[in-house]
Design a binder for this molecule. Structure first.
Ligand code: AMP
Length: 380
């Protein structure tokens, strides 16, 4: 693999906050940044050298974008594989389009995990109301997830055995789904892995995640779940990165049940649960993505201090007073960093920013980050 040094141009497919944080790190290291997506005035576009707005299937525009890049990566995995294939005619695309094909489809993802020897929650492929009825009979209470286009809990329904399968199926709009047994998990964790073209992998410490309304709410690192569980989580994540032949960064989300680790989801890019790495690690997940796709050295990332990250969703803006969130209340705290994504249209559950705190231990970091977030609403 060619090594791409500073001065060369990184292309990003997708233009949200993950691309924005990658672009910051790329610029810090002296790379040029171009971004492509169908949206205008985006978080990534605002900090890139060139923002190309075009549909994913606008071949001419995609090719013009790709011909101006030295390597292309993603910040969003639902880019059509045809678009990634077209880009690959002009420059390397990492992770390869074959990884998108798996990560875009929950059924393929689970089948790949099972093939690679990773445990997953029992699941069934569902393509009709009758399939769903049989799946509920087999697996009991569970979660019905659309196979494609699902993220942040979109396209998911919690199902009880007493529910009417045909009604639940109707609500999906009749699209292909996966039905998963409901997992009585003790914790949710994730591991961010970077893998080079030569097959070297490095991993961040295991992260413990708390979701609210199926959207990530708080992450703490290290997870503090003991060496046995954490080793199993790392092994699962590295196994997925190697088995899928990822070049770049991949985040694997898992459920922990007792000492067992079940693979839930793979994101072939940096992940919300690794945002703390910008402030509390020597090399952030975004710099690591850059290093992996440019063929630069991967170093085993070191945690500077135990830390916690809390997401700032649109509700914070909608629930704070007429002058908006009290940024001063967060900015006046030590060992606390505020990140805002430059989005101007707050909506419920929309990720608008995050706060990271580092402390002597994760319990203290978590306490402080929750306190910091609450302080944005001002005094009651
Ligand atoms: P996902 O989009 O698959 O990451 O799901 C979002 C969140 O919904 C997860 O992080 C869990 O909190 C919850 N969830 C998803 N699938 C299951 C399951 N099979 N059992 C229990 N909770 C689940």
């Amino acid at each position: 693999m060619n090594v791409l040094f500073p001065g060369q141009v990184i292309g990003i497919l997708g233009s949200g906050q993950l691309g924005r944080m990658l672009a910051y790190e790329a610029r810090r290291l002296g790379y040029g940044v171009r971004v492509y997506s169908p949206e205008r005035n985006t978080p990534t576009g605002a900090v890139s050298d060139v923002e190309t707005v075009g549909d994913w299937d606008d071949r001419e525009r995609v090719e013009a974008f790709a011909s101006g890049c030295d390597v292309i990566t993603y910040e969003f995995e639902n880019v059509p594989t045809e678009t990634a294939d077209l880009c690959a005619k002009h420059c390397p695309v990492h992770p390869g389009p074959h990884v998108l094909q798996v990560a875009q489809d929950r059924l393929r993802e689970k089948q790949a995990a099972a093939r690679l020897g990773c445990s997953v929650a029992d699941f069934r492929s569902v393509e009709s109301s009758a399939d769903l009825e049989a799946a509920i009979r087999d697996l009991g209470a569970g979660v019905l997830k659309t196979a494609r286009s699902g993220y942040d809990g979109k396209g998911q329904q919690s199902v009880e055995p007493s529910d009417d399968p045909s009604r639940v199926w109707q609500r999906t709009g009749g699209v292909r789904c996966v039905y998963e047994r409901r997992v009585p998990f003790d914790a949710e964790v994730s591991v961010v892995v970077a893998r080079s073209a030569l097959g070297r992998t490095v991993t961040y410490p295991v992260i413990r995640n708390v979701h609210r309304n199926r959207v990530l709410d708080v992450s703490v690192c290290p997870a503090g779940l003991g060496p046995k569980v954490e080793e199993a989580a790392r092994r699962t994540a590295v196994g997925m990165a190697e088995g899928l032949d990822v070049v770049g960064v991949v985040c694997v989300e898992m459920f922990v049940v007792g000492e067992e680790v079940l693979m839930n989801e793979v994101a072939p890019r940096p992940h919300n649960s690794g945002h703390w790495s910008l402030d509390a690690a020597d090399v952030s997940q975004f710099e690591m993505q850059l290093r992996a796709v440019c063929g630069l050295p991967l170093v085993e990332p070191q945690l500077r201090a135990p830390c916690a990250m809390a997401n700032l969703l649109g509700e914070i803006w909608l629930e704070s007073g007429p002058n908006g969130p009290r940024w001063d209340a967060v900015l006046s705290r030590p060992r606390t960093r505020l990140h805002l994504y430059g989005k101007t249209d707050p909506r419920p559950l929309r990720k608008m920013g995050h706060v990271t705190v580092w402390a002597e231990d994760t319990a203290e970091a978590e306490r402080q980050v929750l306190d910091a977030r609450t302080s944005l609403l001002g005094s009651p």
